[in-house]
Design a protein around this ligand. Structure first.
Ligand SMILES: NC(=O)c1ccc[n+]([C@@H]2O[C@H](COP(=O)([O-])OP(=O)(O)OC[C@H]3O[C@@H](n4cnc5c(N)ncnc54)[C@H](OP(=O)(O)O)[C@@H]3O)[C@@H](O)[C@H]2O)c1
Length: 238
């Protein structure tokens, strides 16, 4: 079974208690996802970009953090495969979402998941442009991911592809909210910013073995153009 058939077979149907979450991003051999956090970097080859769009089309929603919106201004569509397009979701505690963002042109309307008391003038301005502003409780200083997943399930969005960036990938892994991973490895050495900003497991004494950290169980791999896609189910130690 190839990676697309695999994800097609896993796709949940509504209703759901919470969306299944697929972590999916591209990284170089040294684990870089960008050169700097304020500038886009195309890592994937054309074939693996096509794969990413095919995978997007198998999810109900796709999520990035506001850092990625500000750095890359992504469209988050599945245009290379002709759709269907997942509903875009942005984590943005302080409603920093810019008026110039291309996501405001998205055919399905972007959901901006924000803090509990967003400024109403800003909410109105974004909603007039077709966005849905979703006020949510905070956990610590940022949008509570459990509350977000509950809200998406209530909207019958039962599969969520999380594409980045660094802080968002780390937050989903630390919260153990990832079901599947599909990571594109490109054969480059970049030395840029890495996929994760901190360890995925809290500890007082550093563990001696990698198995103390979450991993992709019984992973499969598939060459896609000049890249390699690794995918499988997430496993959580302890
Ligand atoms: N290679 C790839 O596949 C790929 C994919 C995507 C992005 N990227 C790269 O990733 C970089 C951006 O990464 P980044 O870490 O700066 O930004 P990010 O992960 O896209 O966004 C992080 C921001 O999201 C907001 N946020 C709200 N709730 C959150 C929560 N519960 N957990 C985590 N974040 C939450 C926070 O800002 P507030 O506190 O203001 O809400 C946080 O600073 C860019 O360089 C981009 O090119 C690469």
């Amino acid at each position: 079974m190839n990676v697309i058939e695999f994800f097609k077979a896993q796709r949940p149907q509504p209703p759901c208690a919470r969306p299944t979450v697929t972590l999916s991003y591209a990284q170089s051999l040294d684990g870089s996802i960008a050169v700097r956090s304020d500038a886009p970097l195309t890592l994937s080859c054309p074939e693996s970009k096509y794969f990413t769009h095919a995978l997007r089309s198998l999810h109900d929603a796709i999520l990035v953090g506001i850092g990625t919106v500000l750095a890359d201004d992504p469209k988050l569509t599945a245009r290379r495969v002709g759709g269907p397009h997942p509903r875009p979701v942005v984590l943005d505690t302080h409603l920093r979402f810019p008026d110039s963002a291309r996501l405001l042109e998205h055919p399905r309307g972007v959901i901006i998941a924000t803090g509990p008391h967003p400024p109403q003038t800003r909410v109105r301005a974004l909603e007039e442009r077709g966005a849905t502003v979703l006020p949510l409780p905070l956990k610590g200083e940022r949008v509570d991911l459990h509350a977000l997943l509950d809200a998406l399930a209530a909207m019958n969005l039962c599969s969520l592809m999380v594409e980045g960036g660094m802080r968002v990938l780390t937050a989903f892994l630390r919260a153990r909210l990832v079901d599947w991973a599909a990571i594109t490895l490109t054969p480059h050495f970049i030395g840029g910013i890495h996929a994760l900003s901190e360890p995925t497991t809290s500890f007082t004494t550093p563990p001696h073995h990698a198995d103390a950290f979450p991993y992709v169980q019984d992973w499969q791999g598939e060459p896609v153009g000049r890249d390699l896609v690794i995918w499988g189910k997430m496993a959580w130690p302890g």
